[in-house]
Write a new protein. Structure first.
Length: 197
C-alpha cells in the first residue's frame, strides 16, 4: 500500500471521528443510534450492514461486561465476493472502547463467526474490496471502517497470515478440527494505543 494512501486513510479516520465529536457523538453512539437497549451478543445494527456494490459486510457486538475490561466490543468485518447469497469470509475484527476509540485489530477462529473458510492468501486478496458506501447506520461509521482497512492494510495482512500459522501449529483434541476448537478463539491480534500509530 502506498504511503500516501495510508496517510489519506488515517486523515479520513480522524475526520470521521472529529466530525462525530462535534455533535457529541462517536462511532458507537452512531452505531447504536436507533437502539433502545444494548444486549451482549446481539448484532448492531439489526440485520448487519451490507454494501451490494463491494460485497462488504459488518456488524458490531459486545460480550458480557467484565470488570476492568477496556474493550466495549468489536466490529466484525466480512466480504461476500459473490453477493448476498454467496460465501461470506471474515476479514478482521476492530475492537473499540466504550467511546468508540480504536484499541485493536484481530482475527478469530472459524467457529467464532461461522464463515466460509478461505486461506490466508485468498482472504488477503479480498481486503481492498472492503469498502462500505452505505447511509445506515451512519455514513461516517461506514467511512471510518473503510478507512481502517486502508490505513492498517499491512497489519491486517500480517494478522491473517498469523491466523493461519496459529491454526497450523494448534494442538487440539483428536476429534476436533483446529478451526472448530472452542479452546482457540482469537488467532492473531494487533494492539493500538488508541491513537493512529
Amino acid at each position: 500500500m502506498a504511503e500516501e494512501a495510508v496517510e489519506l486513510a488515517r486523515r479520513e479516520i480522524a475526520y470521521c471521528e472529529t466530525l462525530l465529536a462535534k455533535g457529541g457523538l462517536n462511532v458507537l453512539s452512531e452505531t447504536f443510534r436507533d437502539t433502545a437497549e444494548i444486549k451482549a451478543w446481539d448484532h448492531y445494527p439489526t440485520g448487519d450492514v451490507f454494501d451490494p456494490t463491494s460485497g462488504a459486510q459488518w456488524f458490531y457486538h459486545c460480550h458480557p461486561a467484565e470488570e476492568g475490561a477496556e474493550e466495549h466490543g468489536h466490529f466484525h468485518c466480512f466480504l461476500r465476493p459473490q453477493g448476498p447469497q454467496g460465501p461470506i469470509h471474515h476479514l478482521a475484527a476492530v475492537g473499540v472502547d466504550a467511546h468508540g476509540r480504536l484499541l485493536r485489530l484481530f482475527t478469530v477462529n472459524q467457529w467464532v463467526v461461522g464463515d466460509d473458510w478461505l486461506g490466508a492468501e485468498g482472504t488477503i486478496a479480498l481486503l481492498r474490496r472492503f469498502d462500505v458506501q452505505m447511509p445506515r447506520p451512519s455514513y461516517l461509521v461506514n467511512r471510518w471502517l473503510t478507512a481502517i482497512f486502508t490505513a492498517y492494510e499491512q497489519q491486517i495482512t500480517d494478522l491473517i497470515r498469523e491466523r493461519d500459522r496459529t491454526l497450523l501449529a494448534h494442538r487440539q483434541p483428536e476429534s476436533v478440527e483446529a478451526r472448530q476448537d472452542r479452546a482457540l478463539e482469537v488467532t492473531s491480534e494487533f494492539k493500538l494505543s488508541g491513537s493512529l500509530d
